[in-house]
Design a protein around this ligand. Structure first.
Ligand code: PLP
Length: 385
């Protein structure tokens, strides 16, 4: 008899394969630059979330190296024990100063921050409201939490309004910029609805922070709102990794003590915190990176706006909707042969029938690379009809 775990694992793998939805990791050289290398071949990279082009910036590399000289390697412990260094404290202060909150609590990843936020705030009898397209980390935490979760239709504030009850502890959670569609949440309306019903609002701005708003303060700055909780992640525009939850004083005290991902997890390396503080300085002052992105977005629109598949967005996330998962794979494969690295996004990451290429622009791309993208993409679309 096949042992139970074995048959479960093999069953799941073969089902994925039959659906054409298998995934695998590949070894990629320079995946954080606009030209990457895989299996000895070079590709133009339109798949990284390094929107501002900081992940391989030499000044940021030197900041991390300087942090290593100052603080050594690991933090050695949880922040509640001995892992909280001056570098961590300075990073929290820099985040608060930049984004206008009283407290910032650091986490090892955005996934952990989202889970920590929902698990520590919500109790049985509470209500959690989420946009249907929220990130997997939020959806999963919502399912696992003891609160009652209700989901509103993507960006449909009226639907949220009809679901939202004015009683008890209610938390409304949305992304600022949606990761697979690149569209903005109607944050001003959502904030108004939440306020009317006495609910708290939490924004996950993984894809807006650094890119949108004055000094890159993100989606909330653009919409002129201030939520009770703001999650920012450092793996995208910051070019590093980690995350923080911004909030008021008492909520910060509460999270620091009750968020298990904070209490029972080793603090990020102090050198990384040091580099992150440097990244904030770069994001705030180097406006040219956002201006360059704007220019590239305009070029992208000029080249492709009349073609089937094009979606207009005001962010560097440019979904190219194909629909069928197999055809999406075929187009992606054709593009690969032309030297373009575009990630095919299929269910379960996105809804059935909305498979797509997720094209991302970074401040390090150039016009020539966009022209190659447009030419090869249209050719690939034609060849895989
Ligand atoms: C990437 C992402 C996360 C997870 O952040 P990590 O730091 O990569 O774990 C959370 N929310 C959204 C919307 C994201 O895009």
């Amino acid at each position: 008899m096949t042992p139970a775990f074995k048959s479960r694992i093999e069953g799941a793998l073969s089902q994925r394969a039959q659906q054409g939805l298998s995934r695998r990791t590949q070894v990629i050289f320079s995946g954080n630059q606009t030209e990457l290398e895989c299996d000895g071949k070079r590709y133009i990279n339109f798949s990284a979330n390094d929107y501002l082009g900081l992940a391989n910036d030499q000044s940021l590399v030197r900041a991390w190296q300087q942090g290593l000289s100052l603080y050594g390697c690991g933090s050695g412990a949880s922040p509640m024990v001995t892992g909280f260094s001056p570098a961590h404290s300075n990073l929290e202060a820099a985040l608060c100063d930049w984004l206008g909150f009283e407290r910032a609590i650091l986490f090892g990843s955005g996934f952990a921050a989202n889970q920590a936020m929902l698990f520590s705030l919500l109790e049985k009898g509470d209500f959690l409201y989420q946009d249907k397209l929220n990130h997997a980390s939020l959806q999963e935490a919502g399912h696992l939490s003891s609160a009652t979760m209700k989901r509103w239709k993507h960006n449909d504030t009226r639907h949220l309004d009809t679901l939202l009850d004015a009683k008890g502890c209610s938390l409304v959670v949305t992304e600022g910029v949606f990761s697979m569609d690149g569209d903005l949440a109607p944050l001003a309306n959502i904030a108004q609805v939440a306020k009317q019903k006495n609910a708290w609002l939490a924004i996950d701005d993984a894809h807006g922070i650094g890119v949108l708003g004055e000094e890159g303060r993100g989606s909330c700055d653009l919409a002129a709102i201030k939520p009770e909780l703001l999650v920012v992640t450092f793996g995208k525009a910051f070019g590093l990794s980690g995350a923080a939850i911004l909030c008021d004083q008492s909520t910060g005290d509460y999270l620091a003590q009750f968020a298990r991902h904070h209490v029972y997890s080793t603090a990020i390396p102090p050198a990384q915190a040091f580099a992150l503080t440097h990244a904030i300085e770069m994001i705030r002052t180097q406006r040219w990176r956002r201006e360059k992105l704007d220019e590239l977005q305009q070029t992208y629109a000029l080249l492709l706006k009349n073609e089937a598949g094009y979606v207009d967005t005001s962010t560097p996330i440019k979904p190219w909707i194909i629909g069928d998962a197999q055809r999406t794979m075929a187009v992606s494969e054709h593009c690969r042969q032309q030297g373009l690295w575009l990630t095919a996004i299929r269910p379960p990451t996105v809804l059935q029938g909305t498979s797509r290429l997720r094209i991302t622009l970074t401040a390090n791309h150039n016009t020539e690379q966009l022209k190659v993208l447009a030419r090869s993409l249209l050719q690939a679309m034609g060849e895989s009809k």
